[in-house]
Design a protein around this ligand. Structure first.
Ligand SMILES: Nc1nc2c(ncn2[C@@H]2O[C@H](COP(=O)(O)OP(=O)(O)OP(=O)(O)O)[C@@H](O)[C@H]2O)c(=O)[nH]1
Ligand SMILES: [Mg+2]
Length: 451
């Protein structure tokens, strides 16, 4: 049974001229409205039916109508898709006619919202539909597909269900508070709380990666003047993007370019060489490279191969808070001239030796960039990419230790129940068991009409 009484209509394909365009009708009257304008008397479920589309006596177009009966359609409602010729005039005319025949114009994302309300998708999956439509690279696409399959939302839903049951048992104890009974198994609750804590931590951690996949990773290229930073940018981009010269201080402003490595967009920022200088313009450039390092997730610290580890460590430390908590990769450049030394430096994520001029080692550098972003995540590891989910996870991970503590110190059930209910609420906002009208309308307003 559908929860909506009205039938909605929209053009589902992008605006503009195409070979064909698809309009969608969804709701109880979808077939009735479609047949009113067809020369057919019935539509066979899941069959493509060739038909005229008429308005009274006027023939508008030859179309194909496909009928998906409830509840096995995308929205869970009776749905008819009308494929017409792609002229904008025809699309618009057919839409107007459908609206005049009793359909209502769909709101952005309303089809997916109905799919959610009718239980066809959970909320995380519904949001992933939009990510799928918006995915512009392989990484983002892979992410949306895995989220659409619902892996982690499904897992959280199960854990939430276990919480709900235990919370009910705890509440039951409150009704018998005189009698000092325990219905809820404290040990079982503790085990679930700990399992959930692990799960939430992992999901939170995965956000960094998920975010990188969706929005790209900023990589600052920093180091002393003349070590080959701009040459490295050019080698990564595969183009003469930045000016290279043997005069130290060549790069004075920051230069950026984007390179996609295995589906993830990396935004490289070449910066002015770092050194103390009395040249005012160069000083301004150095300030900018520190700012670039601050903005970046990954810092490539470039040195000439063979530079002493002590010197490198000292210079990196001098960057101070600009590189705190960053992934730092030390790149020993100019291996065609100098021999790289093994480096063991604290807080360094990785090292790599290259010759930017000859293009040697650039492939390895790209691999290291990729793996330090994605970590050692297997392809099917759930990745949280949705800021709304992250916020809910933050709430949950602050509540869970309280519950754990409460259980260990044998706090009364009524105190534990309060925290438990709160955790249950936040879990529900991810999977959609809890969904306020505001949450729903913000989510679905980002969708396009027709989806
Ligand atoms: N032999 C050799 N020379 C290199 C290599 N990479 C860069 N160079 C040379 O080193 C000099 C400086 O290179 P740049 O890329 O301009 O160095 P930079 O770090 O951007 O310098 P600033 O912008 O001045 O800070 C140029 O003459 C490059 O051709 C390399 O791998 N091998
Ligand atoms: Mg330069």
């Amino acid at each position: 049974m559908s929860h909506y009484s009205d039938t909605i209509a929209a053009i589902a394909t992008p605006s503009g001229i195409g070979g064909i365009a698809v309009l969608r009708l969804s709701g109880d009257n979808a077939t009735a409205i479609a047949l009113r304008h067809s020369n057919r008397t019935a539509l066979t479920p899941r069959h493509a039916t060739y038909s005229l589309f008429r308005n009274g006596d006027e023939i508008i177009d030859d179309v194909v109508m496909t009928y998906y009966p409830a509840p096995h359609s995308y929205t869970g409602e009776d749905t008819v898709e009308i494929a017409c010729h792609g002229s904008q005039y025809i699309q618009q005319t057919i839409l107007d006619i459908l609206l005049n025949s009793g359909a209502r114009m769909a709101e952005p994302g309303e089809y997916t919202q109905r799919a959610f309300i009718n239980g066809r998708l959970n909320l995380a999956q519904a949001e992933a539909v939009n990510d799928l439509i918006e995915s512009t690279n392989r990484g983002a696409h892979r992410l949306a597909v895995s989220q659409l399959r619902g892996s982690y939302a499904q897992r959280l839903k199960e854990l939430r269900q276990q919480f709900v049951e235990l919370a009910s048992l705890l509440e039951l104890e409150l009704d018998f508070s005189e009698e000092d009974v325990e219905f809820a198994d404290r040990q079982q609750l503790l085990t679930i709380v700990r399992g959930l804590m692990d799960e939430c931590w992992q999901l939170q951690e995965s956000f960094r990666q998920g975010n990188a996949i969706r929005n790209g990773v900023a990589v600052a290229i920093v180091g002393a003047p003349n070590v080959g930073k701009s040459t490295i940018l050019n080698a990564l981009v595969g183009d003469d993007r930045a000016i290279v010269s043997d005069i130290p201080g060549t790069t004075r402003d920051t230069i950026e370019d984007i390179v996609t490595i295995d589906g993830i967009a990396f935004r490289f920022i070449d910066t002015a060489g770092l050194r103390s200088s009395t040249d005012i313009i160069e000083n301004a450039g150095i300030e900018r490279s520190l700012a670039a390092a601050r903005r970046a997730q990954i810092v490539l610290y470039i040195v000439e191969a063979g530079t002493e580890a002590d010197t490198i460590e000292k210079n990196i430390n001098a960057l101070g808070d600009a590189i705190q908590d960053k992934t730092i990769i030390v790149v020993q450049n100019k291996t065609d001239l100098y021999t790289p030394t093994p480096l063991a430096i604290k807080n360094i994520t990785d090292t790599v030796s290259i010759s930017a001029r000859r293009g040697e080692g650039i492939g390895i550098l790209k691999k290291k960039l990729y793996s330090s972003t994605i970590g050692n995540l297997a392809d099917d590891t759930p990745i949280v990419s949705n800021p709304r989910h992250l916020e809910a996870l933050h709430h949950i991970t602050t509540i869970l230790p309280r519950i754990e503590h409460g259980l260990k110190s044998k706090l009364p059930a009524d105190l534990i129940v309060i925290d438990l209910r709160e955790a249950i609420y936040h879990l529900g906002t991810i999977t959609g068991e809890v969904s306020s009208p505001e949450i729903l309308s913000t989510i679905f307003s980002h969708f396009c009409i027709g989806k």
